[in-house]
Design a binder for this molecule. Sequence first.
Ligand SMILES: NC(=O)c1ccc[n+]([C@@H]2O[C@H](COP(=O)([O-])OP(=O)(O)OC[C@H]3O[C@@H](n4cnc5c(N)ncnc54)[C@H](OP(=O)(O)O)[C@@H]3O)[C@@H](O)[C@H]2O)c1
Length: 483
Amino acid sequence: MADNSTLVLFGARGNLSRIKLIPGLFHLDESGKLSEKMKIVSVGRQNISQNEWENEIKDMLEKKFNKKYDLKVFDRFIKRNIYHSTLPDDPDAFKKFSKLLLNDSRFPKNFAFFLSVRPSDFAKIVDQLAEENLLNEDKYWRRVLIEKPFGTNLKSAINLQASISKHLKETQIYRIDHYLGKSALQNILWTRFSNSIFEHMWNNEHIDHIQITNHETLGVGERTEFYDATGALRDMTQSHLLQMLALTTMEKPKSFSPDDIRVEKIKLLKSIRPIPINKIHKYAFRAQYKSGNIEKEGHVKGYLEELENDKSVVETYAAIKIFLDTPRWKNIPIYLRTAKRLNQSGTFISIKFKNNQDNKKLADNWLVFSIQPKESTYFEIQTKVPGLNKVDLRSTKLEGMNRLEQDDKIDAYETLMLDLIEGNQSRFLHIDEVKAAWSLIDPIIENWTNNKEKIHQYTAGTLDPKESEIIFENQSQFWREGN
Ligand SMILES: NC(=O)c1ccc[n+]([C@@H]2O[C@H](COP(=O)([O-])OP(=O)(O)OC[C@H]3O[C@@H](n4cnc5c(N)ncnc54)[C@H](OP(=O)(O)O)[C@@H]3O)[C@@H](O)[C@H]2O)c1
Protein backbone atom coordinates (compact mmCIF):
# COMPACT_ATOMS: atom_id res chain seq x y z
CA MET A 1 0.00 0.00 0.00
CA ALA A 2 1.24 3.47 -0.90
CA ASP A 3 2.15 6.06 1.74
CA ASN A 4 -0.63 8.26 3.00
CA SER A 5 -0.71 11.25 0.71
CA THR A 6 -2.76 14.16 -0.56
CA LEU A 7 -3.52 14.18 -4.28
CA VAL A 8 -4.16 17.70 -5.50
CA LEU A 9 -6.06 17.83 -8.75
CA PHE A 10 -5.72 21.12 -10.63
CA GLY A 11 -8.41 21.42 -13.32
CA ALA A 12 -10.76 19.14 -11.37
CA ARG A 13 -13.84 20.48 -13.16
CA GLY A 14 -12.30 20.12 -16.64
CA ASN A 15 -13.14 17.55 -19.26
CA LEU A 16 -10.37 15.06 -18.56
CA SER A 17 -11.06 15.10 -14.85
CA ARG A 18 -14.78 14.49 -15.27
CA ILE A 19 -14.41 11.66 -17.75
CA LYS A 20 -11.27 9.91 -16.51
CA LEU A 21 -9.66 11.19 -13.33
CA ILE A 22 -12.48 11.38 -10.79
CA PRO A 23 -14.10 8.10 -11.96
CA GLY A 24 -10.60 6.54 -12.06
CA LEU A 25 -9.87 7.59 -8.48
CA PHE A 26 -13.23 6.20 -7.41
CA HIS A 27 -12.42 2.86 -9.02
CA LEU A 28 -9.04 2.79 -7.28
CA ASP A 29 -10.81 3.43 -3.98
CA GLU A 30 -13.30 0.67 -4.76
CA SER A 31 -10.39 -1.71 -5.46
CA GLY A 32 -8.84 -0.89 -2.07
CA LYS A 33 -5.80 0.80 -3.63
CA LEU A 34 -6.03 4.12 -1.79
CA SER A 35 -4.55 4.31 1.69
CA GLU A 36 -6.96 4.93 4.51
CA LYS A 37 -5.96 8.50 5.17
CA MET A 38 -5.41 9.57 1.60
CA LYS A 39 -7.15 12.82 0.65
CA ILE A 40 -8.05 14.29 -2.71
CA VAL A 41 -8.12 18.07 -3.01
CA SER A 42 -9.90 19.19 -6.16
CA VAL A 43 -8.79 22.63 -7.21
CA GLY A 44 -10.88 24.78 -9.53
CA ARG A 45 -11.12 28.43 -10.36
CA GLN A 46 -14.83 28.80 -9.65
CA ASN A 47 -16.19 29.41 -6.20
CA ILE A 48 -18.50 26.46 -5.61
CA SER A 49 -19.51 24.93 -2.28
CA GLN A 50 -18.40 21.53 -1.03
CA ASN A 51 -21.98 20.39 -1.39
CA GLU A 52 -22.13 21.43 -5.05
CA TRP A 53 -18.83 19.64 -5.69
CA GLU A 54 -20.14 16.43 -4.13
CA ASN A 55 -23.16 16.61 -6.41
CA GLU A 56 -20.85 17.07 -9.39
CA ILE A 57 -18.88 13.98 -8.37
CA LYS A 58 -22.12 12.03 -8.07
CA ASP A 59 -23.07 13.13 -11.55
CA MET A 60 -19.67 12.11 -13.00
CA LEU A 61 -19.87 8.66 -11.40
CA GLU A 62 -23.46 8.11 -12.49
CA LYS A 63 -22.51 8.91 -16.06
CA LYS A 64 -19.40 6.74 -16.01
CA PHE A 65 -20.77 3.71 -14.18
CA ASN A 66 -24.31 3.91 -15.43
CA LYS A 67 -25.61 4.54 -11.88
CA LYS A 68 -24.16 1.19 -10.73
CA TYR A 69 -21.60 1.79 -8.02
CA ASP A 70 -21.18 0.81 -4.40
CA LEU A 71 -22.80 3.41 -2.12
CA LYS A 72 -20.58 2.47 0.84
CA VAL A 73 -17.49 3.20 -1.27
CA PHE A 74 -19.18 6.37 -2.47
CA ASP A 75 -19.47 7.65 1.15
CA ARG A 76 -15.81 6.84 1.77
CA PHE A 77 -14.79 8.49 -1.49
CA ILE A 78 -16.77 11.64 -0.76
CA LYS A 79 -15.13 11.93 2.67
CA ARG A 80 -11.71 11.95 0.99
CA ASN A 81 -12.70 14.70 -1.43
CA ILE A 82 -12.36 18.36 -0.63
CA TYR A 83 -13.05 21.15 -3.11
CA HIS A 84 -10.87 24.23 -2.97
CA SER A 85 -11.02 27.24 -5.26
CA THR A 86 -8.04 29.35 -6.27
CA LEU A 87 -9.83 32.39 -7.65
CA PRO A 88 -7.93 33.95 -10.60
CA ASP A 89 -8.41 37.51 -9.29
CA ASP A 90 -7.16 36.75 -5.76
CA PRO A 91 -3.42 37.56 -5.47
CA ASP A 92 -3.24 35.53 -2.23
CA ALA A 93 -5.00 32.47 -3.64
CA PHE A 94 -1.91 30.23 -3.49
CA LYS A 95 -0.91 31.54 -0.05
CA LYS A 96 -4.30 30.55 1.31
CA PHE A 97 -4.09 27.22 -0.44
CA SER A 98 -0.65 26.49 0.96
CA LYS A 99 -1.80 27.39 4.47
CA LEU A 100 -4.66 24.92 4.14
CA LEU A 101 -2.47 22.08 2.88
CA LEU A 102 0.38 22.60 5.33
CA ASN A 103 -1.57 23.41 8.49
CA ASP A 104 -4.76 21.38 8.30
CA SER A 105 -4.16 18.03 9.99
CA ARG A 106 -6.64 16.25 7.69
CA PHE A 107 -4.07 16.37 4.88
CA PRO A 108 -1.13 13.95 4.77
CA LYS A 109 1.96 15.97 3.89
CA ASN A 110 3.19 13.84 0.97
CA PHE A 111 1.75 15.84 -1.93
CA ALA A 112 1.07 14.68 -5.50
CA PHE A 113 0.00 17.57 -7.75
CA PHE A 114 -1.82 16.49 -10.92
CA LEU A 115 -1.85 19.39 -13.41
CA SER A 116 -4.85 18.64 -15.61
CA VAL A 117 -4.87 22.16 -16.99
CA ARG A 118 -4.00 23.81 -20.28
CA PRO A 119 -0.32 23.38 -21.23
CA SER A 120 0.22 27.15 -21.02
CA ASP A 121 -0.59 26.93 -17.27
CA PHE A 122 1.91 24.15 -16.34
CA ALA A 123 4.93 26.36 -15.62
CA LYS A 124 2.86 29.07 -13.90
CA ILE A 125 1.34 26.63 -11.41
CA VAL A 126 4.73 25.01 -10.65
CA ASP A 127 6.17 28.49 -9.95
CA GLN A 128 3.32 29.27 -7.58
CA LEU A 129 3.63 25.95 -5.75
CA ALA A 130 7.37 26.50 -5.34
CA GLU A 131 6.85 30.01 -4.06
CA GLU A 132 4.64 28.64 -1.31
CA ASN A 133 7.20 26.00 -0.37
CA LEU A 134 4.94 23.14 -1.45
CA LEU A 135 7.59 21.37 -3.58
CA ASN A 136 10.30 21.09 -0.97
CA GLU A 137 11.13 17.44 -0.19
CA ASP A 138 13.01 17.94 3.08
CA LYS A 139 10.59 15.84 5.09
CA TYR A 140 7.98 14.47 2.71
CA TRP A 141 7.82 13.55 -0.96
CA ARG A 142 6.39 16.08 -3.41
CA ARG A 143 5.54 15.08 -7.01
CA VAL A 144 4.09 16.90 -9.99
CA LEU A 145 2.29 15.20 -12.87
CA ILE A 146 2.33 17.17 -16.12
CA GLU A 147 -0.34 16.42 -18.72
CA LYS A 148 0.34 16.00 -22.42
CA PRO A 149 1.76 17.68 -24.47
CA PHE A 150 5.15 18.53 -22.96
CA GLY A 151 5.96 21.37 -25.34
CA THR A 152 4.89 21.70 -28.95
CA ASN A 153 8.42 21.37 -30.36
CA LEU A 154 11.95 20.83 -29.05
CA LYS A 155 12.48 24.47 -28.15
CA SER A 156 9.28 24.87 -26.13
CA ALA A 157 9.89 21.52 -24.40
CA ILE A 158 13.38 22.69 -23.39
CA ASN A 159 11.93 25.99 -22.14
CA LEU A 160 9.24 24.27 -20.10
CA GLN A 161 11.84 21.93 -18.66
CA ALA A 162 14.13 24.84 -17.78
CA SER A 163 11.26 26.55 -16.02
CA ILE A 164 10.04 23.60 -13.92
CA SER A 165 13.49 22.18 -13.18
CA LYS A 166 14.29 25.35 -11.24
CA HIS A 167 11.96 23.89 -8.61
CA LEU A 168 11.81 20.15 -9.25
CA LYS A 169 14.28 17.26 -9.56
CA GLU A 170 13.71 14.73 -12.35
CA THR A 171 12.50 12.21 -9.73
CA GLN A 172 9.66 14.59 -8.85
CA ILE A 173 8.38 15.10 -12.43
CA TYR A 174 5.81 12.71 -13.92
CA ARG A 175 5.31 13.56 -17.63
CA ILE A 176 2.29 11.71 -18.94
CA ASP A 177 1.77 9.75 -22.13
CA HIS A 178 -1.42 7.95 -21.22
CA TYR A 179 -0.77 5.14 -23.75
CA LEU A 180 1.94 3.93 -21.37
CA GLY A 181 -0.79 3.24 -18.82
CA LYS A 182 -2.55 0.84 -21.19
CA SER A 183 -2.18 -2.76 -20.15
CA ALA A 184 -1.87 -3.81 -23.83
CA LEU A 185 1.27 -1.68 -24.17
CA GLN A 186 2.82 -3.07 -21.03
CA ASN A 187 2.06 -6.49 -22.49
CA ILE A 188 4.49 -5.91 -25.39
CA LEU A 189 7.38 -5.78 -22.98
CA TRP A 190 6.26 -8.79 -20.98
CA THR A 191 5.49 -10.90 -24.05
CA ARG A 192 8.91 -10.13 -25.52
CA PHE A 193 10.91 -10.78 -22.39
CA SER A 194 9.01 -13.58 -20.68
CA ASN A 195 8.90 -15.91 -23.70
CA SER A 196 12.31 -17.21 -24.69
CA ILE A 197 11.16 -17.96 -28.26
CA PHE A 198 11.20 -14.29 -29.19
CA GLU A 199 14.67 -13.05 -28.30
CA HIS A 200 16.64 -14.98 -30.97
CA MET A 201 14.38 -13.85 -33.80
CA TRP A 202 13.96 -10.24 -32.65
CA ASN A 203 16.56 -8.71 -34.97
CA ASN A 204 17.48 -7.78 -38.53
CA GLU A 205 18.38 -11.34 -39.42
CA HIS A 206 14.77 -12.50 -39.05
CA ILE A 207 12.57 -9.43 -39.23
CA ASP A 208 11.85 -7.76 -42.56
CA HIS A 209 10.17 -4.63 -41.20
CA ILE A 210 7.82 -3.32 -38.51
CA GLN A 211 4.66 -1.25 -38.84
CA ILE A 212 3.18 0.73 -35.96
CA THR A 213 -0.33 1.87 -36.71
CA ASN A 214 -3.02 4.01 -35.17
CA HIS A 215 -6.05 4.50 -37.38
CA GLU A 216 -9.37 6.08 -36.51
CA THR A 217 -12.69 6.35 -38.31
CA LEU A 218 -13.37 9.52 -36.30
CA GLY A 219 -12.66 12.94 -37.75
CA VAL A 220 -11.44 15.96 -35.86
CA GLY A 221 -14.98 16.81 -34.73
CA GLU A 222 -15.29 19.96 -32.62
CA ARG A 223 -11.54 20.23 -32.10
CA THR A 224 -10.73 21.89 -35.44
CA GLU A 225 -8.79 24.78 -33.92
CA PHE A 226 -6.69 22.52 -31.69
CA TYR A 227 -6.12 20.05 -34.50
CA ASP A 228 -5.09 22.61 -37.08
CA ALA A 229 -2.45 23.91 -34.67
CA THR A 230 -1.26 20.36 -33.99
CA GLY A 231 -1.66 17.85 -36.85
CA ALA A 232 -1.41 14.07 -36.82
CA LEU A 233 2.36 13.87 -36.48
CA ARG A 234 2.52 16.01 -33.33
CA ASP A 235 -0.67 14.63 -31.85
CA MET A 236 0.03 10.90 -32.22
CA THR A 237 3.44 10.06 -33.69
CA GLN A 238 5.60 12.24 -31.46
CA SER A 239 4.14 10.65 -28.36
CA HIS A 240 2.13 7.42 -28.52
CA LEU A 241 3.62 5.83 -31.64
CA LEU A 242 7.23 6.48 -30.61
CA GLN A 243 6.52 4.98 -27.20
CA MET A 244 5.13 1.85 -28.87
CA LEU A 245 8.26 1.75 -31.00
CA ALA A 246 10.48 1.97 -27.92
CA LEU A 247 8.70 -0.90 -26.16
CA THR A 248 8.83 -3.06 -29.30
CA THR A 249 12.50 -2.54 -30.13
CA MET A 250 14.38 -1.64 -26.92
CA GLU A 251 17.05 -3.95 -25.51
CA LYS A 252 16.24 -6.09 -22.49
CA PRO A 253 16.60 -3.95 -19.36
CA LYS A 254 19.05 -4.99 -16.66
CA SER A 255 16.04 -5.50 -14.41
CA PHE A 256 12.38 -4.57 -14.61
CA SER A 257 12.80 -1.74 -12.16
CA PRO A 258 11.31 1.58 -13.34
CA ASP A 259 14.77 3.11 -13.73
CA ASP A 260 16.24 0.25 -15.76
CA ILE A 261 13.25 0.17 -18.13
CA ARG A 262 13.56 3.89 -18.72
CA VAL A 263 17.30 3.66 -19.36
CA GLU A 264 16.68 1.26 -22.27
CA LYS A 265 13.79 3.27 -23.69
CA ILE A 266 15.89 6.43 -23.67
CA LYS A 267 18.79 4.65 -25.41
CA LEU A 268 16.45 3.35 -28.07
CA LEU A 269 14.80 6.70 -28.77
CA LYS A 270 18.20 8.36 -28.99
CA SER A 271 19.28 5.77 -31.57
CA ILE A 272 16.69 6.91 -34.15
CA ARG A 273 18.52 8.14 -37.23
CA PRO A 274 17.41 11.67 -38.21
CA ILE A 275 15.27 11.72 -41.34
CA PRO A 276 17.27 13.10 -44.32
CA ILE A 277 15.26 16.20 -45.11
CA ASN A 278 16.66 16.44 -48.65
CA LYS A 279 14.94 13.10 -49.35
CA ILE A 280 11.91 13.69 -47.16
CA HIS A 281 9.43 12.44 -49.78
CA LYS A 282 10.97 8.93 -49.41
CA TYR A 283 10.60 9.05 -45.62
CA ALA A 284 7.45 10.95 -44.77
CA PHE A 285 4.04 11.23 -46.38
CA ARG A 286 1.10 13.42 -45.37
CA ALA A 287 -2.47 13.77 -46.53
CA GLN A 288 -5.87 15.18 -45.56
CA TYR A 289 -9.26 13.50 -45.65
CA LYS A 290 -11.91 14.82 -48.00
CA SER A 291 -15.62 14.09 -47.73
CA GLY A 292 -16.74 10.47 -47.95
CA ASN A 293 -18.76 7.78 -46.23
CA ILE A 294 -18.04 6.27 -42.84
CA GLU A 295 -19.80 3.12 -41.66
CA LYS A 296 -22.52 3.95 -39.09
CA GLU A 297 -22.08 7.71 -39.68
CA GLY A 298 -22.91 7.97 -43.37
CA HIS A 299 -21.70 10.95 -45.36
CA VAL A 300 -19.06 13.05 -43.56
CA LYS A 301 -17.41 16.35 -44.43
CA GLY A 302 -13.80 16.75 -45.46
CA TYR A 303 -11.21 18.30 -43.13
CA LEU A 304 -11.00 21.63 -44.97
CA GLU A 305 -14.79 21.96 -44.99
CA GLU A 306 -14.91 21.33 -41.22
CA LEU A 307 -12.15 23.84 -40.72
CA GLU A 308 -13.77 26.35 -43.08
CA ASN A 309 -10.35 27.21 -44.43
CA ASP A 310 -9.16 25.71 -47.68
CA LYS A 311 -5.58 26.94 -47.23
CA SER A 312 -4.58 24.58 -44.41
CA VAL A 313 -1.86 22.04 -45.17
CA VAL A 314 -2.12 20.35 -41.77
CA GLU A 315 -2.06 16.57 -42.08
CA THR A 316 -4.79 14.21 -40.86
CA TYR A 317 -2.74 11.28 -42.23
CA ALA A 318 0.96 10.90 -41.51
CA ALA A 319 3.26 8.00 -42.34
CA ILE A 320 6.99 8.04 -41.70
CA LYS A 321 9.86 5.59 -42.12
CA ILE A 322 12.65 5.45 -39.63
CA PHE A 323 15.82 3.44 -39.05
CA LEU A 324 17.50 2.69 -35.74
CA ASP A 325 21.27 2.96 -35.42
CA THR A 326 21.69 -0.18 -33.32
CA PRO A 327 23.29 -3.49 -34.33
CA ARG A 328 20.02 -5.32 -33.69
CA TRP A 329 17.97 -3.19 -36.08
CA LYS A 330 20.55 -2.13 -38.66
CA ASN A 331 18.85 -1.45 -42.04
CA ILE A 332 15.40 -2.56 -40.89
CA PRO A 333 12.71 -0.03 -41.84
CA ILE A 334 10.13 0.82 -39.25
CA TYR A 335 6.97 2.52 -40.45
CA LEU A 336 4.79 4.64 -38.18
CA ARG A 337 1.40 5.75 -39.48
CA THR A 338 -1.61 7.46 -38.02
CA ALA A 339 -4.80 8.73 -39.58
CA LYS A 340 -8.25 10.10 -39.00
CA ARG A 341 -11.29 9.05 -41.04
CA LEU A 342 -9.95 5.78 -42.40
CA ASN A 343 -12.18 2.77 -43.06
CA GLN A 344 -11.38 1.14 -39.70
CA SER A 345 -10.20 2.08 -36.22
CA GLY A 346 -7.35 0.17 -34.64
CA THR A 347 -4.00 0.48 -32.90
CA PHE A 348 -1.60 -2.36 -33.59
CA ILE A 349 2.03 -3.29 -34.11
CA SER A 350 2.71 -5.60 -37.04
CA ILE A 351 6.00 -7.41 -37.40
CA LYS A 352 6.78 -9.04 -40.72
CA PHE A 353 9.35 -11.83 -40.70
CA LYS A 354 11.77 -12.44 -43.55
CA ASN A 355 11.00 -15.20 -45.97
CA ASN A 356 14.39 -16.94 -46.01
CA GLN A 357 13.17 -20.01 -47.83
CA ASP A 358 13.77 -20.99 -51.43
CA ASN A 359 10.10 -20.89 -52.23
CA LYS A 360 9.45 -17.14 -52.45
CA LYS A 361 5.79 -17.80 -53.21
CA LEU A 362 5.20 -18.83 -49.61
CA ALA A 363 3.09 -16.32 -47.74
CA ASP A 364 4.81 -14.26 -45.05
CA ASN A 365 4.84 -14.81 -41.32
CA TRP A 366 3.37 -11.92 -39.36
CA LEU A 367 3.17 -11.30 -35.64
CA VAL A 368 0.66 -8.64 -34.63
CA PHE A 369 0.14 -7.08 -31.21
CA SER A 370 -3.29 -5.51 -31.20
CA ILE A 371 -3.61 -2.71 -28.65
CA GLN A 372 -7.17 -1.51 -29.28
CA PRO A 373 -10.07 -2.03 -29.71
CA LYS A 374 -9.23 -5.66 -29.02
CA GLU A 375 -6.16 -6.71 -27.05
CA SER A 376 -4.64 -9.74 -28.69
CA THR A 377 -1.48 -11.42 -29.93
CA TYR A 378 -1.82 -12.80 -33.43
CA PHE A 379 0.52 -15.03 -35.40
CA GLU A 380 0.20 -16.04 -39.03
CA ILE A 381 2.02 -19.23 -40.06
CA GLN A 382 1.97 -21.60 -43.05
CA THR A 383 0.56 -25.10 -42.59
CA LYS A 384 -0.17 -28.03 -44.91
CA VAL A 385 -3.67 -28.49 -46.24
CA PRO A 386 -4.71 -32.07 -45.32
CA GLY A 387 -4.89 -34.32 -48.39
CA LEU A 388 -3.22 -37.15 -50.29
CA ASN A 389 0.20 -36.70 -51.93
CA LYS A 390 -0.01 -33.08 -52.93
CA VAL A 391 1.63 -30.50 -50.66
CA ASP A 392 -0.50 -27.41 -50.56
CA LEU A 393 0.16 -24.77 -47.95
CA ARG A 394 -2.17 -22.20 -46.51
CA SER A 395 -1.99 -19.48 -43.90
CA THR A 396 -3.19 -20.42 -40.45
CA LYS A 397 -4.07 -17.64 -38.07
CA LEU A 398 -3.36 -18.12 -34.39
CA GLU A 399 -4.87 -15.48 -32.18
CA GLY A 400 -4.86 -15.29 -28.39
CA MET A 401 -6.92 -12.73 -26.54
CA ASN A 402 -4.85 -10.87 -23.97
CA ARG A 403 -7.92 -9.58 -22.18
CA LEU A 404 -10.54 -12.05 -21.02
CA GLU A 405 -14.10 -11.30 -20.02
CA GLN A 406 -13.35 -11.78 -16.31
CA ASP A 407 -10.21 -9.56 -16.30
CA ASP A 408 -10.20 -6.27 -14.43
CA LYS A 409 -11.00 -3.31 -16.63
CA ILE A 410 -8.54 -0.68 -15.54
CA ASP A 411 -8.32 2.58 -17.40
CA ALA A 412 -4.83 3.83 -18.32
CA TYR A 413 -5.32 6.89 -16.11
CA GLU A 414 -6.04 4.70 -13.07
CA THR A 415 -2.75 2.90 -13.55
CA LEU A 416 -0.91 6.19 -13.93
CA MET A 417 -2.51 7.86 -10.90
CA LEU A 418 -1.61 4.84 -8.80
CA ASP A 419 1.96 5.01 -10.14
CA LEU A 420 2.06 8.67 -9.16
CA ILE A 421 1.09 8.06 -5.55
CA GLU A 422 3.27 4.95 -5.34
CA GLY A 423 6.28 6.74 -6.85
CA ASN A 424 6.73 4.51 -9.93
CA GLN A 425 8.06 6.56 -12.87
CA SER A 426 8.53 3.70 -15.37
CA ARG A 427 5.32 4.54 -17.23
CA PHE A 428 6.13 8.26 -17.41
CA LEU A 429 8.40 10.07 -19.83
CA HIS A 430 11.93 11.08 -18.94
CA ILE A 431 12.91 14.48 -20.34
CA ASP A 432 15.45 12.75 -22.62
CA GLU A 433 12.64 10.73 -24.24
CA VAL A 434 10.66 13.91 -24.86
CA LYS A 435 13.68 15.61 -26.39
CA ALA A 436 14.54 12.63 -28.62
CA ALA A 437 10.95 12.49 -29.88
CA TRP A 438 10.81 16.22 -30.73
CA SER A 439 14.25 16.06 -32.38
CA LEU A 440 12.91 13.48 -34.82
CA ILE A 441 9.59 15.18 -35.51
CA ASP A 442 10.55 18.88 -35.59
CA PRO A 443 12.42 18.91 -38.96
CA ILE A 444 9.54 17.07 -40.67
CA ILE A 445 6.95 19.48 -39.29
CA GLU A 446 9.09 22.44 -40.26
CA ASN A 447 9.44 21.15 -43.80
CA TRP A 448 5.73 20.39 -44.10
CA THR A 449 4.70 23.74 -42.61
CA ASN A 450 6.89 25.67 -45.02
CA ASN A 451 5.63 23.73 -48.00
CA LYS A 452 2.28 25.34 -48.74
CA GLU A 453 1.48 23.32 -51.85
CA LYS A 454 -1.87 21.58 -51.60
CA ILE A 455 -1.38 18.24 -49.93
CA HIS A 456 -2.72 14.88 -51.05
CA GLN A 457 -6.42 14.27 -50.31
CA TYR A 458 -7.91 10.85 -49.46
CA THR A 459 -11.59 9.99 -49.35
CA ALA A 460 -12.97 9.53 -45.82
CA GLY A 461 -13.80 5.89 -45.10
CA THR A 462 -11.17 4.40 -47.43
CA LEU A 463 -7.85 2.58 -46.92
CA ASP A 464 -4.41 4.23 -46.63
CA PRO A 465 -3.80 6.43 -49.67
CA LYS A 466 -1.94 4.44 -52.32
CA GLU A 467 0.53 7.34 -52.69
CA SER A 468 1.78 6.73 -49.13
CA GLU A 469 3.50 3.58 -50.41
CA ILE A 470 6.26 5.79 -51.79
CA ILE A 471 8.01 5.47 -48.41
CA PHE A 472 8.35 1.66 -48.63
CA GLU A 473 11.87 0.33 -49.01
CA ASN A 474 10.86 -2.22 -51.62
CA GLN A 475 7.88 -3.32 -53.67
CA SER A 476 7.14 -6.41 -51.62
CA GLN A 477 6.08 -4.25 -48.68
CA PHE A 478 2.47 -3.22 -48.15
CA TRP A 479 0.32 -1.75 -45.38
CA ARG A 480 -1.12 -4.38 -43.13
CA GLU A 481 -4.79 -3.75 -42.35
CA GLY A 482 -5.11 -5.14 -38.82
CA ASN A 483 -5.83 -8.86 -38.42
N1 LIG B 1 -9.38 15.59 -22.37
C1 LIG B 1 -8.62 14.63 -22.79
O1 LIG B 1 -9.04 13.54 -23.20
C2 LIG B 1 -7.15 14.84 -22.77
C3 LIG B 1 -6.38 13.91 -23.40
C4 LIG B 1 -5.03 14.10 -23.36
C5 LIG B 1 -4.48 15.19 -22.74
N2 LIG B 1 -5.24 16.10 -22.15
C6 LIG B 1 -4.58 17.24 -21.48
O2 LIG B 1 -5.13 17.34 -20.18
C7 LIG B 1 -5.19 18.69 -19.79
C8 LIG B 1 -6.63 19.01 -19.40
O3 LIG B 1 -7.47 18.79 -20.50
P1 LIG B 1 -9.03 19.07 -20.43
O4 LIG B 1 -9.60 18.56 -21.70
O5 LIG B 1 -9.60 18.57 -19.17
O6 LIG B 1 -9.07 20.68 -20.44
P2 LIG B 1 -10.25 21.62 -19.96
O7 LIG B 1 -11.57 20.95 -20.10
O8 LIG B 1 -10.00 22.94 -20.62
O9 LIG B 1 -9.97 21.76 -18.42
C9 LIG B 1 -8.92 22.47 -17.88
C10 LIG B 1 -9.39 22.94 -16.52
O10 LIG B 1 -8.31 23.53 -15.83
C11 LIG B 1 -8.84 24.58 -15.06
N3 LIG B 1 -7.73 25.42 -14.62
C12 LIG B 1 -6.89 26.16 -15.35
N4 LIG B 1 -5.97 26.77 -14.57
C13 LIG B 1 -6.24 26.39 -13.31
C14 LIG B 1 -5.67 26.69 -12.04
N5 LIG B 1 -4.65 27.53 -11.92
N6 LIG B 1 -6.20 26.12 -10.97
C15 LIG B 1 -7.23 25.27 -11.08
N7 LIG B 1 -7.84 24.96 -12.23
C16 LIG B 1 -7.34 25.53 -13.33
C17 LIG B 1 -9.82 25.24 -15.97
O11 LIG B 1 -10.67 26.00 -15.25
P3 LIG B 1 -11.49 27.21 -15.93
O12 LIG B 1 -12.67 26.56 -16.52
O13 LIG B 1 -11.78 28.10 -14.79
O14 LIG B 1 -10.57 27.88 -16.94
C18 LIG B 1 -10.49 23.98 -16.58
O15 LIG B 1 -11.56 23.54 -15.78
C19 LIG B 1 -4.67 19.51 -20.97
O16 LIG B 1 -3.30 19.76 -20.75
C20 LIG B 1 -4.81 18.56 -22.16
O17 LIG B 1 -3.84 18.83 -23.16
C21 LIG B 1 -6.56 15.95 -22.15
